[in-house]
Write a protein that binds this ligand. Structure first.
Ligand code: FAD
Ligand code: DHB
Length: 398
């Protein structure tokens, strides 16, 4: 069986990008359908990012998504940078004229968005298969998918938004040869854990240790999140819980400060890569978020970029579909890529400054230490880190 329908915007992917785009469009009276190949439970449980730039928080508040974020989010006015056995504090509020960041897990944003979309009666289809986008050279491209009950659907759209993450199908649906990728691999990965133990720190600790990078972050006052640099091809089976805590202690502890441990509820290896695809648009197909670009996690830009993309895209599609003005849609790809490349540089810089390359590299290690000493000693250098971390190209509120 198959059915045909219409939507102004067909959105592939119910990650933060696709869900927020659907929400922003609805606020402007534009209807959309979101199709997602995973289940709702899977999308709501998938552990990923946790740190929101000030502009991201302000945007979510301005569009009615701030209630739980304000009640449960943890505001941070700085970070600790640790190297050569010493911990230094960077005060973002002082350095940036009042900017801050908030810890609020991506899983919680996704839950808030799904709830808001369903309460508004949105078309949101989980557990679809066989997603296809076609007719990209026509005025009404089509989105096809098979729903969980096995019915094939064809949705004629004015625009399709590819919010389907790095492994999605939309980027590859563009004409062959159009998309150019710029990328960089890194010779290490992260091992990330979630643990039921109160954080041992008031602010995040980024530690460059001669045996590898470690990061102490958090999710709630009862739940800690920690990351360890491991080798690129690391096998999670080689990391029983005791070994993880011992290595975290080794890389994070300084005299007078101890790391509390607790039951580990989740652990995973996270590969690291920088990747930027351009253009982010072909006629009536627009890419947003991880579908177009990914960054290594150091500095926490991935989620913030996805949110920034769809904020700009929602305004562009409003111009195109409601007001008949293609100006912002034509500017979308270049405007987004400027922000993406700034964050790509920052993520690469933080990653390169804090991780230890495999193999002896005295020269590289001394450069890292010189840079870290400069960041904590020079107000200009500290401000560079702080204004990028809290969000450069601050988002304009809708
Ligand atoms: P996604 O969240 O990937 O959403 C895309 C959605 O599309 C998914 O739900 C997927 O199932 C769906 N989809 C894919 N293909 C199809 C299809 N054919 N049909 C229908 N649906 C489809 N960023 C940070 O800032 N800090 C972090 O600590 C951090 N940790 C991360 C850990 C991991 C393991 C990963 C993968 C990413 C991490 N990120 C982190 C990056 C951040 O989570 C992403 O940048 C963010 O999720 C991007 O949102 P998105 O909506 O663009 O893509
Ligand atoms: C988190 C992840 C990051 O990569 C980072 O730089 C800061 C925080 C997090 O998961 O909380």
């Amino acid at each position: 069986m198959s059915t045909s329908s219409r939507a102004q915007v067909g959105i592939v992917g119910a990650g933060p990008a696709g869900l927020l785009l659907s929400h922003l469009l609805a606020l402007r009276g534009i209807d959309s359908i979101v199709v997602e190949n995973r289940s709702r439970a899977y999308c709501e449980a998938r552990q990923r990012a946790g740190l929101l730039e000030a502009g991201t928080v302000e945007l979510l508040r301005a569009v009615g998504l701030g209630k739980r974020l304000d009640a449960e989010g943890l505001e941070h006015g700085g970070i600790y940078l640790q190297f050569a056995g010493e911990r230094h504090h960077l005060d973002f509020r002082d350095l940036t004229g009042g900017r801050w960041v908030t810890i609020y897990a991506q899983t919680e944003i996704v839950k808030d968005l799904i709830q808001a979309r369903l309460a508004a009666g949105a078309r949101l289809e989980f557990e679809v298969s066989g997603t296809e986008v076609a007719g990209l050279d026509e005025d009404r491209p089509v989105l096809r998918y098979t729903d969980a009950a096995g019915t094939r659907h064809e949705v004629r759209c004015d625009v399709i938004a590819g919010c389907d993450g790095f492994h999605g199908i939309c980027r590859d649906s563009m004409p062959p040869g159009l998309v150019q990728a710029a990328e960089r691999g890194y010779p290490y990965s992260w091992l990330g854990i979630l643990a039921t133990v109160p954080p041992s720190t008031d602010e995040l600790i980024y530690s460059r240790h001669e045996d590898g990078f470690a990061l102490h972050t958090m999710r709630t006052p009862q739940v800690s999140r920690l990351y360890l640099q491991v080798s690129a091809d690391e096998d999670i089976e080689r990391w029983p819980d005791d070994r993880i805590w011992a290595e975290l202690r080794h890389r994070l502890e300084i005299p007078g400060w101890e790391l509390r441990d607790g039951p580990i509820t989740e652990k995973a290896i996270l590969p690291m890569r920088s990747f930027v695809a351009s253009p982010m648009r072909y006629r009536r197909l627009f890419l947003a978020g991880d579908a177009a670009h990914i960054v290594p996690p150091t500095g926490a830009k991935g989620l913030n970029l996805a949110i920034a993309d769809v904020t700009v895209l929602a305004e562009a599609l409003t111009g195109l579909l409601r007001d008949g003005d293609p100006g912002l849609a034509d500017a979308y790809a270049d405007a987004s890529l400027r922000r993406v490349w700034r964050a790509t540089h920052f993520s690469w810089w933080m990653t390169s400054m804090l991780h230890v390359d495999p193999g002896p590299d005295r020269f590289g290690a001394e450069l890292q230490l010189a840079q870290l000493r400069y960041v904590v000693a020079s107000r200009a250098a500290a401000t560079t880190l702080a204004e990028n971390y809290t969000g450069y190209y601050p988002l304009r509120r809708p």
